[in-house]
Every structure is written in structure tokens, then in C-alpha cells.
Write a protein that binds this ligand. Structure first.
Ligand code: F6R
Length: 604
């Protein structure tokens, strides 16, 4: 939700800012801009549209200077116009600011500043910040003090990064929006996320809520929420810069679908030993005393939570998945014997963080299953569990869903062992072996999938339904989410048995129904539900493991290798991802950056 970068210390500042913004575009792509300080003044270049447009706009006259900031926007206040693009300046142009988050009291601040005679040029909440800094700087002439006072005036969530004509430093502050600092030999960076500067350095320090930071070419000074100077620990991120490039692929999404075998291998690495689960930091007994489990998450991560809740329910453990935005209202009871698991790829989703905090306020035990080391979710729980999927740039989550489900499947086994209500599966060793075969089997699906051919038969239909039962139900919902997200076609995912309770009214010969089978005992019912839609003239495409006879409802089948019925959905999901990807490609959609969306949603 908006990508920020700042860089101090090099001559090619504009280049580094723009290439950083390209790597942050998954966070927003409504407009882009940079501000570069050249020793005399600050030059701002910004426009509506993507970073490429900004790049074209400056190619013949690149701003020069050793210090600068940049921003790629996902609009919250004001349309995606040139005026609303960041960086924003005040009256004099001496200070430029980029911001991620929402300033909740901006209306009153703006009124106050306008009453002082200050003129605003945008509709954004952000523009109050440079005006506030200028106001306080005029009174004190001290930029740092003025910056801190401006930040004190603001209520809401923010990552703010500012430069001033008079200073060779970058100032930054964070509250509920991520900021990470990167240290290179010749330069210091600050950004919303590591990929922004990963090609230059992998040595980072994460700022924390309430921090104010000052960056210079040779380092970082941080003051915490109490005003005390503090060292934020430096660490080396394990991501590889190559992982943040597209390689030979046309789209990040395709690359990320294709790299799922590696992602799952990483998720499993060292976590299955002697036929049992061995989760670092979660030794046997960790979850003793837990009476119920709640997963809180949004979007794709919510579907992973639904999947995990099913696995626990099957073993007798009371578990539910909740949409984080609903959970955060506080209506769902949780107590000291409830384990609340926040499932979040980014670890920064505002709704999920609110739900997590809500659970903590209620006294629940909490953890998070996340991809991003050092993310807010990871820092706000005692022991996070990482999915180790590596960076995911395509806005549509693909490999991270597979890695989440794999990691949650392991966590579920640990919970089942520890809690009184849990009945461990008798075939655990063979189940874990099946889990370890998944990378190869996904490789097989990727190598043989006929999804592209199937898409051609159905690409111009009116609506697309996805149905499944049991653990196939969350995957049907995920299939529909992916499909609507990147094709912009009408798609819905249902529990197969629910169709006849309403949605069947929507089924016409212009509808395609993707029926997801698991190889388990509920398949017979899914088959019957598929026949019901077939009788209404819809096209049926079955996604089924080898050996499951679906000929009673369709000839069109996308096959996956047979495996444990609880794990088949991780394979059928890959076929669904490919269906979405190829359909979107045939429709010429913006696959990696679907309209109106952003990957990391840091506002509620
Ligand atoms: C869909 C998608 C979103 C995210 C959701 C939660 O493809 O990516 O639905 O799953 O915004 O994001 P995280 O997992 O970062 O909390």
C-alpha cells in the first residue's frame, strides 16, 4: 500500500530511486514520483501512472544529486492524478515528503494550516506534513525538531520520509506502516520493503513503531518513542536479489507459480524428521492447554487459514478461520486458552495486525505464520513461524499460498499432538512423506498442465464458479479469488453443497463451473453437485487426481497426481492458478498489477 524509498550517498540517486520503485510497484501503481536534492534545491518529478512513465519523463533530463526520496502510490485520499502523486512539498518547496498510510486528523490539520494562509495543491492527506514541517522550521530553524513536532501532530498510520533543501540527511518516522533501512558501503537506503534496495545490499535494520530516524551516507541514528537514542539491530536478509527479477518470464506471477516446488521445499526444510514434525521454536508441548484455535487473515491468507482449520477440525481440534477485518471488531470471543494464528504473507496487513492485537488484548496466545522476517506481525508475537517462500512480487499471491498451507499443515500436526482434544492421525509418517513428495508432484503438474488449452475453450463466458468440498472448498474459493483478481471476470467460489441453496439460480449455459476433487470420500457429493449444474447447461471442468472418475459430469479434466486426500488441494490449486494466469493473459490483462489492487494493504 504505497511504496517508499529514500537513498543517500551516491551520485546516481535518481536511478536508484526509480529502480527501487520498480521493485516496490506491487505495493501500488496509481502514480509515481521522486524528489532529488542537488545541494541547492530539491527537484520533484512526479506523474499519474506507473513508474515506467516517470522513467520516460526524466530520461532526457535526469535529476542529479546525492540524496532523494521516491514513492509509488495506491490512492486512499484523492484520485490518481499528477497533483496527488508524491512527493509533496509545502509553500516554499524547501521540504519534500513521501508517505504511506492514512493521516486520520488531516482534515483538521489542513483547516488549521489553511487558516494560517497556507495553500494546498493536492487532495491528499499527506500534504499537511510538509506544511507542518515548514511551519515548525520557520519557528525553530531546526529541521529535525520541526520534523518531530510535525510527526507529533499526526494521528493515524504512517511511514513518512522527508528531505529538506538545507540538509544532507533523510528524516523518517513510522507508526503502523513498515520502514526498513539498508546499509551499503557507499550509501544508506530506507524503504517500505527490502526488494527496493536488495540489488545493492542485504544488510538491514527494521524501524519500529514510534521511531524517528536520521539517515546519512555513513549510517543511521534512531530515536525511539520515548525520545531515547537507540540502536536497531542490523541483520542480513536471506533473499537473493535474483529472486526479485522476472528472469525469462513475461510475468512475475508465472515465475512465482513455477517456483512453487522450491518454495515448498524451503517450507519443509528441516521440519520433518524421523516421520514426525520438528518445528524450530515450537517443540512438543508448546501448545499444551490450548482449547481452540482461531486463524485470522485476509484474502488468500484467509483461504490458507480455512484450510488449516479444516485439518485441525478433522483431528478433533476446535478451530475456525476468521476474516481479519471482521475479527478486529472484537465480537469473536477469545481467552487465555485460545491460540490465535495471524496468517499473513507480508506481515503488514493492517486488518490482520488489528485482529492480532485484538486477540492479544483479549489475553489469547498468539503467533503468526508469515513470509517476511522482521515484519510487524513477526515482531508483535513471541515466536513467529516463517513460510520461507522468498519475495513475491506479483500482486496475486500464488507461491505464498502453497507455502502457507504447507507450513500450516506442519503446525497443525504439532497442535494436534499437544492439545487434549486432538487425535493424531495414525498414518502420520506416510502423510508427512506425501507432504514431502509435493514439490515433485507440483513440478509434474507444471510440466504437463493443459490449463492453457482449457482456457481457450472458456475464455469468453459470462461467469465462472469454483466448487469443492472439505479441504477443496478453501481452494475453490482461492481459485475464484485469483480468477476475478487478474481476469476481472465474474468469479465465485462455493462449498459445492451450497450451490443448490441459491447460487444455482445464476447458472446458465454461459457459466463455467470448475469442480475441484480431492480423491477423498466427499468426491461423490461434489460429482452430484457438478451434475446439477451440468443439467442447467453450464460447462464443467473437473480438476481431479488420477483415478477419480469424473466422466459422469464432464470429459474436460485437468489431472493432478494422486496423493493423500488432505494434500491433493495443493496440487489442484496449481491447475487453478494456471487457469487464472492463462485466461488473464488471453484477455490481455495487467497480470502482475491488477487494477485497483495493491499487494500489501496497510490501511484498514
Ligand atoms: C490475493 C492476495 C490478497 C492477500 C491479502 C492478505 O491474491 O494477495 O488477497 O492475500 O491482501 O495479504 P497478506 O497475506 O500479506 O496479509
Amino acid at each position: 500500500m504505497c511504496g517508499i524509498i529514500g537513498c543517500v550517498g551516491t551520485e546516481d540517486t535518481a536511478y536508484r530511486l526509480v529502480s527501487g520503485l520498480e521493485n516496490l510497484e506491487y505495493r501500488g501503481y496509481d502514480s509515481a514520483g521522486i524528489a532529488v536534492r542537488n545541494g541547492q534545491d530539491i527537484r520533484v518529478e512526479k506523474n499519474a501512472g506507473k513508474v515506467t512513465e516517470l522513467k520516460h519523463a526524466i530520461v532526457d533530463d535526469v535529476p542529479r544529486g546525492q540524496l532523494g526520496i521516491g514513492h509509488t502510490r495506491w490512492s486512499t485520499h484523492g484520485a490518481p492524478t499528477d497533483e496527488n502523486a508524491h512527493p509533496h512539498t509545502g509553500e516554499t518547496g524547501e521540504v519534500a515528503v513521501v508517505h504511506n498510510g492514512i493521516i486520520e486528523n488531516y482534515d483538521e490539520l489542513r483547516e488549521e494550516l489553511e487558516a494560517e494562509g497556507r495553500e494546498f495543491t493536492s487532495e491528499t492527506d499527506t500534504e499537511v506534513v510538509p506544511h507542518l514541517i515548514e511551519r515548525y522550521q520557520a519557528a525553530t530553524e531546526d529541521l529535525t525538531g520541526a520534523f518531530e513536532r510535525a510527526v507529533d501532530d499526526i494521528a493515524g498510520s504512517y511511514a513518512i520520509v522527508a528531505v529538506a533543501e538545507s540538509e544532507d540527511r533523510i528524516l523518517a518516522a513510522r507508526e503502523d506502516s513498515p520502514l526498513v533501512v539498508g546499509f551499503d558501503d557507499d550509501a544508506t537506503y530506507i524503504a517500505s520493503d527490502v526488494p527496493a534496495f536488495l540489488e545493492h545490499t542485504d544488510e538491514v535494520a527494521y524501524l519500529q513503531d514510534g521511531d524517528t530516524a536520521m539517515l546519512s551516507a555513513d549510517g543511521l541514528r534512531v530515536t525511539d518513542a520515548d525520545g531515547d537514542e537507540i540502536e536497531r539491530e542490523r541483520e542480513v536478509v536471506e533473499w537473493d536479489a535474483e529472486e526479485t527479477g522476472k528472469g525469462q518470464y513475461d510475468h512475475f506471477m508465472h515465475k512465482e507459480i513455477d517456483t512453487q516446488p522450491e518454495a515448498i521445499t524451503n517450507a519443509l526444510q528441516g521440519r520433518v524428521e524421523d516421520g514426525d514434525v520438528s518445528l524450530e521454536n515450537f517443540p512438543p508441548g508448546t501448545f499444551e492447554g490450548v482449547a481452540a484455535v482461531q486463524f485470522v487473515a485476509c484474502g488468500t491468507s484467509y483461504h490458507a487459514g480455512l484450510y488449516a482449520a479444516r485439518l485441525l477440525n478433522k483431528a478433533g481440534v476446535p478451530a475456525n478461520a476468521y476474516r481479519a477485518s471482521e475479527y478486529a471488531s472484537g465480537d469473536i470471543p477469545a481467552t487465555g486458552d485460545t491460540l490465535v494464528v495471524a496468517v499473513t504473507q507480508s506481515g503488514e496487513t493492517a486488518d490482520t495486525l488489528s485482529a492480532l492485537r485484538q486477540a492479544q488484548d483479549m489475553g489469547a496466545r498468539t503467533t503468526t505464520v508469515t513470509n517476511v522476517v522482521g515484519s510487524t506481525a513477526a515482531r508483535e508475537v513471541e515466536t513467529p513461524l516463517y513460510i520461507r517462500a522468498g519475495p513475491e512480487i506479483g500482486v496475486a499471491a500464488t507461491k505464498t499460498f502453497s507455502s502457507q498451507v504447507t507450513t500450516l499443515a506442519l503446525l497443525a500436526e504439532r497442535i494436534i499432538d499437544d492439545v487434549a482434544a486432538g487425535t493424531p492421525r495414525e498414518d502420520r509418517a506416510s502423510y508427512l512423506e506425501a507432504l514431502q513428495r509435493l514439490p515433485d508432484q507440483i513440478g509434474e503438474v507444471l510440466g504437463t498442465s493443459e490449463a492453457e488449452r482449457v482456457c481457450r475453450n472458456h475464455v469468453h463466458k459470462e461467469a465462472y464458479f469454483f466448487i469443492g468440498q472439505g479441504v477443496a472448498c478453501p481452494v475453490a474459493k482461492e481459485g475464484a479469488l485469483k480468477f476475478k483478481e487478474i481476469t476481472y471476470e465474474h468469479a465465485e467460489g462455493f462449498a459445492a453443497g451450497e450451490l443448490k441453496h441459491g447460487p444455482l439460480a445464476l447458472v446458465t449455459p454461459d457459466t463455467v463451473v470448475f469442480a475441484v476433487f480431492t480423491g477423498g470420500e466427499r468426491d461423490e457429493k461434489t460429482l452430484n453437485n457438478a451434475k446439477e449444474v451440468q443439467a442447467r447447461g453450464a460447462d464443467i471442468v473437473a480438476i481431479a487426481p488420477e483415478g477419480v472418475d469424473v466422466s459422469a459430469c464432464t470429459d474436460e479434466v485437468l489431472r493432478v497426481p494422486a496423493t493423500d486426500a488432505d494434500l491433493t488441494s495443493l496440487l489442484t490449486n496449481v491447475q487453478l492458478q494456471l487457469l487464472s494466469y492463462h485466461s488473464a493473459d488471453m484477455l490481455n490483462r495487467e497480470i502482475d498489477q491488477p487494477r485497483n489492487l495493491a499487494k500489501s494493504v496497510t490501511v484498514e
